[in-house]
Write a protein that binds this ligand. Structure first.
Ligand SMILES: Nc1ncnc2c1ncn2[C@@H]1O[C@H](COP(=O)(O)OP(=O)(O)OP(=O)(O)O)[C@@H](O)[C@H]1O
Ligand SMILES: [Mg+2]
Length: 356
């Protein structure tokens, strides 16, 4: 599925080649969605979301179930009508310039909504017709090959596996050659092997100029694929930063040592220099940043102090910790405060609770 990914990437036309175009592929301002009425009785699925997806990026929208990810995607796709705010796709306002905005985006929906009685070839041709792609410019087989479905081109969709259907949806989204590809939970319910091959394909599309916006609640997926991650919860963006910056905050490790006897009242020498925290009479907690675990230094310090170890446990902060600390128990205005200054806390502070 990788060899031909190149040819399935956006190649020009009004869609642009990805190398040129607006600085922001997608931009939302104060985007708001209230389902079931504009007043307090409605459900506020998006609450004044500002999002800026740079052209050429793989941008991850990460959040728990019900956070508002699909709502946002579906507004961009024209499937859900927003309650307030603005959205631009490839510089085109979705209200003022609807046609151009639609043409610039391909959306792979979360639901596997395929008509079982059509074949992949038919699905592709229908979609091309829908977007008024002239016959000579259609790339049905090229795209099906790129997603590894060439040999299923004439099989009924109902005979495709879940993973194949998902790939067909990706293929369908590429029919009109959009510079922005949006994938809503691209690997939900997909096995590990297919997940990796979908990741590889998404990367290839991106290398060839497509801007990718994807939603996921797999932290691993966002970490592996995205160069920028926004975390959304209860319809609010509570963090948004380049993935390496987020990972830097992960670069922290905790080593908890349980001593065979009580820790001395004053910690001196090497042990004092490491400045562990006390967690009970027998327990010392050491924190390190950087990839170095610090364990050799701890062992040396404990030996110098003549202290025997009963147990030692290490724990790495991962994206899950940050995610939980940012999203857990947000009060009504906690999310707003963090949205304004989402990166204020250190990992230690963030871990201590949602309201540092
Ligand atoms: N058509 C609808 N009518 C009423 N409420 C809706 C509708 N669609 C979504 N919601 C509500 O809006 C909120 C956001 O839902 P959304 O589907 O956008 O979340 P999500 O982040 O995509 O979740 P998931 O990870 O489960 O896909 C949820 O509270 C959901 O119940
Ligand atoms: Mg969703």
């Amino acid at each position: 599925m990788e060899q031909t990914a190149h040819s399935a990437a956006p190649q020009g036309g009004e869609a642009g080649d990805g190398a040129s175009g607006p600085e922001l592929a997608v931009e939302t301002r104060a985007l708001t969605k209230i389902y079931g009425g504009r007043d307090a009785t409605g459900r506020r699925a998006l609450d004044a979301v500002d999002l800026a997806v740079p052209r050429g990026s793989i941008f991850g929208l990460l959040g728990p179930n019900g956070a508002g990810k699909s709502t946002l995607i579906n507004i961009l796709a024209g499937l859900v009508v927003k309650t307030g705010g603005t959205a631009r796709i490839w510089g085109h306002d979705i209200d003022g310039d609807t046609r151009a905005a639609r043409a610039a985006i391909g959306v792979v929906p979360q639901e596997l909504n395929l008509d079982s009685f059509f074949t992949p070839r038919e699905v592709m041709e229908q979609q091309a017709g829908f977007y008024a792609v002239p016959k000579r410019e259609r790339r049905t087989m090229e795209i099906l090959e790129a997603v590894g479905l060439a040999d299923k081109a004439d099989a009924y969709a109902r005979s495709l596996s879940g993973g194949m259907r998902r790939r067909l949806l990706v293929a369908k989204a590429l029919v009109h050659n959009p510079p922005v590809l949006v994938l809503d939970e691209p690997t939900a319910g997909v096995d590990v092997e297919l997940r990796r091959s979908l990741w590889a394909y998404v990367r290839r599309l991106n290398e060839n100029g497509a801007t990718i916006l994807l939603t996921t609640h797999y932290l691993e997926e966002a970490e592996a694929l995205c160069d920028r991650i926004a975390i959304i919860d209860h319809g609010r963006v509570i963090a948004c930063e380049p993935t390496p910056d987020l990972l830097k905050r992960l670069d922290q490790r905790t080593v908890t040592v349980t001593l065979a006897s009580e820790a001395p009242g004053a910690l001196t020498g090497q042990l004092g220099a490491l400045a562990p925290e006390r967690a009970g009479p027998h327990r010392l907690v050491f924190r390190f940043s950087g990839r170095d675990s610090g364990i050799p230094a701890i062992l040396a310090a404990l030996q110098e102090a003549g202290l025997a170890i009963a147990d030692l446990a290490t724990e790495e902060t991962d994206l899950e910790d940050i995610f939980l600390s940012l999203t857990a128990g947000d009060g009504e205005d906690g999310g707003r405060r963090e949205a304004r200054d989402p990166m204020a806390g250190t990992v230690a502070v963030a871990r201590a609770g949602p309201d540092p």
